[in-house]
Design a protein around this ligand. Sequence first.
Ligand code: AHR
Length: 664
Amino acid sequence: MKNLSILTLAAILLAIPAGAQPEKQPGKLDIDLKKPGAAIQPTLYGIFFEDINYAADGGLYAELVKNHSFEFPVDPLQGWKAFGKVEVRDDGPFERNPHYVRLSDPGHPHKWTGLDNEGFFGIGVKARETYDFSVWARVPSGGSSTIRIEIANPASMDEVHFICQGTITVKGSEWKRYELKLKPEQTLDKAVLRIFLWGEDRTTVDLEHVSLFPADTWKGRPGGLRKDLAQALADLHPGVFRFPGGCIVEGTDLATRYNWKNSVGPVENRPLNENRWEYTFPHRFYPDYFQSYGLGFYEFFQLSEDIGSEPLPILSCGLACQFQNDSTMPDAHCPVDELEPFIQDALDLIEFANGPVDSKWGSVRAEMGHPAPFNMKFIGIGNEQWDTLYPERLEPFIKAIRAAYPEIRIVGSSGPNSEGEQFDYLWPEMRRLGADLVDEHFYRPYKWFLSQGDRYDNYPRKGPKVFAGEYACHAKGMKWNHFYASLLEAAFMTGIERNADVVHMATYAPLFAHVEGWQWRPDLIWYDNLHSFRTASWHVQQLYGQYRGSNTLKLTMDGVNVTGAEGQQGLFASAVLDGGKVYVKVVNTSDYDQEICLNFNGLKKNESMKAVGGVRLSSPNLYVDNSLEDPERIIPEAFEFKGAGKSLEAKVPACSFSIFILER
Ligand code: AHR
């Protein structure tokens, strides 16, 4: 935990409803079982993916080699250390990634030619696991040449640097893909990949698209995803998977927006794109942060399918990031009458996901290994857009998508803020345009979360539904993960759940962060090169996903919703039905334990509710979270909740999130 200033601590303590426990009857929570409330959408709790904080390259995408195609723009050898006679050339076999390296005899038998790759903050490998090395290569003169590949630890005090090695003999002047399996003898979190031009005659050889993957990826897919990180997503039971962002959808300029068409097809020919998170914050600058697109739209759809989520791609609406541009800046905004290629991108994406195998884009999907459609149902157009610039662009997208694919549901944006002028302008505009869902974003402080338990209680029931597309509690002066922030997220989510007829999707953001490469905190899942941990916020999301239920149930205290309102002692609560089960979620944000009574109305005379158990998230220290060293410091714990009757008493400890499980 960081050291907190006295002022920060004072501000935090003021935010927590404090004081001596009032002399009061147990808070009676009335739960109405007469009839189930609104259906809860399977999409309600989901995940938001953006390549920020090294979430893709260096994160979920398990490729261990940085700049594998020698395409980093300022220096094609960025991430590499070359030695001997290495030349970068640009007439390679892959049209959209033309660079490659030529390794030649250094001119003296005691000298060496080759290169080291530093990976992403080093290359993490585990002892006795298999790693798949591959490279495209040729011998320009014909004949054959040998390269030696090592995983090495240049900082080692051992006799040798390498912890495993092997050789490949490259034959002939045609480009071919060569593979080698490597099995390190040690675990290292910061190894390098070392390639030597080897053999007696050291014949000149050309190398392109150098790759190293763990064989043990998610679902064992070659060139796939990092297993622990994909598993952390699957374990959330997410109902919707939003990708690829976030701001990177928009680009700093239109040329650098996320271009899904560049992210599909053979990985060797997916062109590199800039990543705005390289330079967005000069105080956390990462000059080597690019998007290889190795994790592209095909992989996003496949992952959605794997984890049972509805895919929700977000595409550019023709406006580059409005935080970074005004209309006077070059390549900022596409004129409305020139939007056709952007609209076509959206239509083609739907064909890529759902079209028949003999359609232009459906055939690309099929060639990549998925002839069956992905059954995409949602598309988002624009991220955090605002002003008249946005609706006037969204309109032609909606018309074109409705005309070609009337079944697809379209997500529009309410801008970057949870309230205010743009929000008030954009919501009616989204209604006018007939958007199906409206994306709301809120990275907000404690006070906001404590005051928004009833946010959706009075939203119009007709018209577009809400997609709370990016949110997290950002404490002032404490913008990092800690339990109390996650508790307030849990409190706020009772309001999402109670209003499941209006809120159809909600995704915490951002999702991933590398401990050595983050630009933005807090985040849901953290990792280094070998380990990862799930934050308290992750556990909040997981609990909501696991105990989602099928229908809301009306829950009130003294006749009103339990939203942390004045007089409610910092309690927030909601209840759902799940077949014969009822889950009651109670968040006590106050600093004292409280007695509550769960009182069920609508039971038949002889009927009663049976308590079957409970699960609770709490932490003795509010300002800490899990960490690489202590990944399970804060995890949900089962508590005893027994008994039967129409009314059951229970306790909710100070600053805790409890789920009571009952059977009818
Ligand atoms: O989640 C980080 C950023 O926050 C997203 O890219 C953007 O949409 C929002 O401003």
